[in-house]
Design a protein around this ligand. Structure first.
Ligand SMILES: [Zn+2]
Length: 147
């Protein structure tokens, strides 16, 4: 498909201290904010990918994992700075799903205009609303300057 998926990653994400890095082959087309018990606490903006599209680099022993009860998704955070970087699924194949928290995008301008859907994880998992809010990622002043 797109030539960029063969070459340089489209998006770089990293935790605040830089110990955890994710290189993502494709631009996100949608971000998901969810009001379930864990996502509302993390305040994450998730982009979903297959494992094949994401390359994870992490310093040894820096990732901490959290999952609970029957939930099979494993939330990963940096032991150094505490940032929640991604979640992992038990399917370790290339088609296994990964959610990347693009709050950690290294170039926020690249994802700032991506539509954000609000998922009702606290209810029946329907999308409640969708909006674009680039100010979540960077100041309007900076956007103007970066023409
Ligand atoms: Zn870190």
């Amino acid at each position: 498909m797109p030539a960029q998926s063969k070459g340089a990653p489209a998006i770089h994400a990293a935790c605040h201290c830089g110990a955890v890095r994710l290189e993502i082959a494709e631009q996100p087309t949608l971000l998901t904010q969810c009001n379930c018990s864990i996502c509302r606490r993390y305040g994450a903006l998730w982009a979903y990918y297959t494992r094949a599209s994401v390359r994870l680099t992490a310093a040894p022993d820096v990732l901490e994992t959290y999952s609970w009860q029957s939930h099979r998704v494993q939330f990963q955070r940096c032991r150094g700075c505490g940032c929640v970087t991604h979640w992992d699924s038990p399917d370790t194949s290339e088609q296994g799903r990964i959610g990347v928290n693009l709050r950690n995008a290294e170039e926020p301008a690249l994802v700032a205009d991506t539509p954000i859907e609000l998922l009702d994880g606290d209810g029946d998992w329907k999308v409640l609303t969708t909006w674009v809010q680039p100010d979540l990622f960077l100041s309007p002043k900076r956007r103007k300057g970066s023409g």
